[in-house]
Design a protein around this ligand. Structure first.
Ligand code: DGL
Length: 266
């Protein structure tokens, strides 16, 4: 099975993209709702949670892991790759690759905006990885701590949310960024209000779609490994706590009811 974890149900944007790109593969998801949000936790705590989440997914039959949470990927990717001997994908690499493929690094001095939680922005991972591929890029990062709770409350189209998005994006708009990386699981749900506020000439990079495409390529290139992954049957969505807000966010992401199974209580 393909195991996917996130701090909550926001990572279902990634699970949904994988489900669309690879419908034949069986998925097992874990959302750590009891300990969410990760975006405001220390790196030590995020590393520990990530290790425990992967152990849980392996117990459930995962043979490949996707870190759908940007905060966990920013802080704990290297640590879990050293700890576990199985393929581990995260949401950061594909977004960075997409920045490179936009060719903006070649033609001009790239101006790239990155938005994410505090943990993601403080980790400095996106500027570091983007600069490895795009030497002279100007990168402008903006933490947006209010956006996750707004999405979880279902306030995706409210006037107040639009005002907050405008205010977070204002410094990036002034810098005239040519690409904007959505460095958080929840932000794809705000894409429709982000695009007009950053401007239509800015390309929005949604890690969930990029990751699903990269995963598909990997499985095509590694057909022997892919043939051993479970296919068909039901996907499972485990959580460490069930809340009303999470249940409705999950429904909004998939456009259908998702049964959240309470399993692990850390
Ligand atoms: N999943 C987190 C991320 O992508 C957002 C929610 C949280 O802070 O836990 O950064």
């Amino acid at each position: 099975m393909i195991g996917i974890f996130d701090s909550g149900v926001g990572g279902m944007t990634v699970a949904h993209a994988i489900e669309k790109a690879l419908p034949e593969y069986r998925l097992v998801y874990f959302g750590d709702l009891a300990r969410t949000p990760y975006g405001s936790k220390s790196p030590e705590a995020i590393e520990r949670y990530s290790r425990q989440n992967i152990e849980f997914l392996i117990e459930k039959g995962a043979r490949l892991i996707v870190i759908a949470c940007n905060s966990a990927a920013s802080v704990a990717s290297d640590y879990v790759r050293e700890t576990f001997d199985l393929p581990i994908f995260d949401v950061i690499e594909p977004a960075v690759k997409r920045v490179k493929n936009l060719q903006i690094c070649v033609n001009e001095k790239a101006r790239i905006g990155v938005i994410g939680t505090r943990a993601t922005v403080n980790s400095g991972i996106y500027p570091k990885k983007i600069r490895e591929l795009c030497l002279d890029a100007h990168i402008f990062s903006q933490e947006c701590p209010l956006l996750v709770p707004l999405v979880e409350e279902g306030w995706v189209n409210k006037r107040e949310t639009k005002m907050i998005v405008r205010s977070y994006l204002a410094p990036l708009k002034r810098k005239q960024v040519t690409a904007l990386v959505l460095g958080c699981t929840h932000y794809p749900l705000l894409k429709k209000i982000i695009q007009p506020r950053i401007g239509k000439r800015t390309t929005i990079i949604d890690s969930s779609e990029e990751l699903a495409e990269n995963l598909k390529e990997y499985l095509q290139d590694n057909s022997e490994f892919a043939s051993e992954l479970e296919k068909g049957g039901e996907n499972f969505y485990y959580v460490s706590d069930v809340t009303e807000a999470a249940t409705s966010t999950a429904r909004r992401i998939f456009g259908r009811k998702i049964e959240l199974i309470k399993d692990k209580g850390f």
